[in-house]
Ligand binder design. Structure first.
Ligand SMILES: Nc1ncnc2c1ncn2[C@@H]1O[C@H](COP(=O)(O)OP(=O)(O)OP(=O)(O)O)[C@@H](O)[C@H]1O
Ligand SMILES: [Mg+2]
Length: 289
């Protein structure tokens, strides 16, 4: 089970997220990025966040801690933004929280190096969960304390939108040509050799057990939350074993930028020398400057 906390303050919306996640404070004195059950994307997005986020964490990939957050919409009463008010009103009860990483920067593939082993693990994992939302346009990765962190697993496991075709859909290949880590020479074979044997039925059962019942009940075609959990396990288990044979890393896609954005390039550029320092002198061959 995920830790459950109670929201005590709505701090601010994160407008860069399509689902309008918000930063909230909670009764454990933590700060979380909250994803709302009342958001247009629906509660399946939250189920995907839990299953994929917890699976990644159990495999040793960096994903901020996930919690469930009890929300009493009354905490948003003084919120001036109508859209936020409505979202909070529609989301009373249990929502999803992800530990907020203060000071993290959005990953930019032109500004940060990722080694082939790590790139391989991330691409392989995204292939398992069929993540279509880690492209160079929208990397959904953060850099925090110099490390890469994975966020936003809402747009994954497309098969959960059509359970009767789930097995066939989960057998399909994964096209990683657009993946934000495709340019780093991901070592997919090594990642699969290391991680695929860890994806056992037991592990997947444990991960699926972390999804709250109320996000699973009423799923058409199922009689209980546990039946839905089992369906996730049946789709992921065979996919994890063989997907590495069906990952395509095609040519770089059109429109992929060649330069980091100006503000980041500036931040990464070598610092200017202090005024008055003589460049020639400081590079004297005998090093006696
Ligand atoms: N744990 C976190 N710590 C710090 N910032 C975060 C965290 N999670 C998300 N963010 C910030 O909030 C933004 C939106 O989050 P996220 O991508 O999860 O939302 P979304 O609504 O699913 O977005 P999308 O538009 O990609 O579907 C991220 O791009 C990032 O800038
Ligand atoms: Mg996102």
């Amino acid at each position: 089970m995920l830790k459950e906390v109670v929201a005590t303050r709505y701090v601010t919306p994160l407008r860069e997220g399509g689902s309008l996640p918000g930063i909230v404070e909670a009764d454990d004195l933590g700060t979380y990025v909250m994803k709302f059950t009342g958001a247009g994307q629906g509660r399946k997005t939250l189920v995907a966040e839990v299953i994929c986020g917890q699976l990644a964490r159990r495999l040793g990939l960096r994903v901020p801690e996930l919690v469930t957050i009890q929300l009493d919409p009354v905490i948003g009463l003084s919120e001036p933004d109508q859209e936020v008010q409505e979202l909070l009103k529609a989301s009373g009860g249990l929502n999803l929280g992800m530990d907020f990483l203060p000071g993290s920067l959005g990953f930019d593939p032109l500004a940060y190096e990722v080694d082939p082993a790590e790139a391989g693990r991330v691409v392989w994992f995204d292939a398992v969960i069929n993540n279509v939302d880690r492209s160079w346009r929208n990397p959904n990765m953060l850099v925090w304390h110099g490390d890469l962190w994975l966020i936003d697993h809402g747009a994954t496991m497309i098969w959960h939108h059509n359970w009767p075709g789930a097995q066939a859909s989960a057998a399909k290949p994964y096209d990683a040509s657009d993946h934000a880590l495709a340019p780093f020479g991901p070592d997919i074979a090594a990642a699969a050799a290391e991680l695929a044997p860890l994806v056992t039925r037991e592990l997947l059962d444990e991960v699926a057990a972390d999804v709250p019942d109320e996000w699973l009940v009423d799923e058409p075609g199922f009689t209980s939350a546990d039946e839905v959990r089992a369906a996730y396990v049946e789709a992921l288990l065979p996919r994890a074993a063989t997907i590495h044979e069906r990952i395509t890393l095609g040519p770089r896609t059109e429109g992929r930028p060649q330069q980091p954005p100006g503000w980041l390039a500036e931040r990464l550029a070598p610092r200017p020398r202090p005024a008055g320092e003589n460049t020639e002198k400081s590079t004297d061959k005998d090093g006696t400057t």
